[in-house]
Design a protein around this ligand. Structure first.
Ligand code: SF4
Length: 433
């Protein structure tokens, strides 16, 4: 059986044109996906059963779901400062349950944006976001800028479907309809495909953005001969290209959000776009990584008023990035238990945070073994969302789409595990109050 219009549960492009062949309840072929997307759908070695261990250096022993869930609930219920982190590789339906569990245990809920596009959110708080959908950009953009991102490696079908090589309604000659500019500290594979590569000195993006703004505003005389390692003439050329666009789009990544300047870079980039809108139509959008990291921002905002790093210990949602993000709390050694679901803290957190996680009980809910498993005391395997479970996810541009179920498995869903942990936490807390 061929299942058409399948969505890919890997990156924020959320490609929705896949064709998956299923035989005897097994995925045997994946068409149209890139290699990383196809590999996720085909599946690889998964965790087969719940596991527990007391000593993190010891061996895991297989346990029942009931035992793993009850022990997880016990750890969370008795914790004074539990961190509930991840939430980007799962469906919106389970995120709601995660927020409910965080309320029940008075914990902090945070997602992977904390270590990637968190600064983008702060920039957006300050300046707003003149943005649109990938469909608009695909059909209209004639000037495409990638700043501090490398879609050839991280979002392999982005340039083919949405930004560079695709034929759009207005940009109907594909690659020949567009000028492509890449700003980056190194010549990436994406830069190799650009018309113009602008090499920025590490940490000097803010100054380059400021120089572009000055030139666009007609104040080029105040710009020095070189800014952030870029000659003024080159900046003037790029500014002219951007001003001449009928529809310009800037895609930005962690090269901008996680380098010096952080959220101020985003603030400055949004200001550049706003000013360019005096000349043509311009938009800007973050390149989101995990397939439903955007979904968590939406669900968390509906439920708490904030998009991540929400502290429920006061009995109401409190948000103060710099104080309530996962790594702030771990580095201050406040966290006394960690619940990691649909995200991999072990792979992405700095060493100091990992050291703290090594000292506290860690519960992992995930279908697959990853570096977080190495730090875990309890591991609870669940269904692979978008392959074994249907539900809602948000593409990087905020468009919500329905993920499909392709095969049946006996594993519980994230949502079912969360429901059971919530019920057990209530039972434990009810008995002790
Ligand atoms: S580009 Fe991203 S969403 Fe599209 S197939 Fe590849 S991994 Fe999946």
């Amino acid at each position: 059986m061929i299942i058409k219009d399948v969505l890919c549960p890997f990156c924020g492009c959320l490609c929705d044109d896949l064709a998956v062949e299923v035989e005897n309840n097994k995925v045997v072929d994946v068409k149209h996906a890139c290699k990383i997307g196809a590999s996720k759908i085909r599946g690889h070695d998964r965790i087969k059963a719940p596991m527990m261990r007391d000593d993190k250096n010891g061996e895991f022993r297989e346990v029942s779901y009931e035992e793993a869930i009850n022990e997880s609930a016990r750890i969370l219920a008795k914790s004074k400062r539990p961190l509930l982190y991840g939430w980007a590789n799962g469906l919106c339906e389970m995120m709601k349950k995660g927020i409910l569990l965080t309320e029940e245990v008075g914990g902090i809920i945070d997602n992977t944006a904390s270590v990637c596009h968190g600064p983008s959110a702060l920039g957006v708080h300050e300046k707003g976001l003149p943005t649109g959908t990938l469909g608009q950009f695909a059909n209209r953009a004639d000037v495409v800028v990638f700043w501090g991102c490398n879609p050839v490696q991280a979002h392999p079908r982005h340039m083919g479907r949405y930004s560079v090589f695709n034929k759009g309604f207005f940009a109907n000659k594909g690659r020949r309809s567009r000028k492509v500019v890449v700003f980056d500290v190194r010549k990436t594979d994406t830069a190799n495909l650009a018309d113009e590569y602008v090499q920025v000195k590490p940490g000097e993006d803010y100054m380059v953005l400021s120089a572009l703004r000055a030139i666009v505003a007609g104040k080029g005389d105040v710009v020095p001969d070189t800014v952030g390692g870029v000659p003024k003439e080159k900046l003037a050329e790029v500014a002219e290209t951007m001003k001449a666009a009928k529809f310009g789009i800037v895609y930005f990544g962690m090269g901008l959000t996680q380098s010096r300047g952080k959220y101020k870079n985003i603030d400055n980039a949004v200001s550049l776009i706003t000013e360019l809108n005096a000349h043509g139509k311009h938009s800007i959008i973050p390149m989101r990584g995990h397939y439903n990291v955007t979904g968590f921002g939406n669900v968390c905002a509906w439920e708490t008023g904030f998009i991540n790093a929400v502290d429920m210990s006061r009995g109401y949602p409190y948000y103060n990035p710099g104080e309530t993000c996962s790594n702030d709390l771990l580095m201050r050694e406040e966290i006394d238990a960690a619940f990691i679901i649909a995200g991999d803290a072990g792979a992405h957190f700095p060493a100091q945070s990992i050291a703290r996680m090594g000292k506290v009980p860690v519960i992992q809910v995930d279908p697959f073994h990853n570096p977080t498993t190495e730090m875990a005391n309890i591991v609870i395997p669940t269904k692979v969302s978008g392959v074994e479970l249907e539900g809602t996810a948000y593409r990087m541009d905020g468009v919500s789409l329905r993920m499909r179920k392709l095969v049946d498995v006996d594993f519980p869903s994230d949502e079912e595990v969360l429901d059971k942990i919530i019920a057990k936490v209530r039972e434990i807390k009810g008995a002790s109050s």
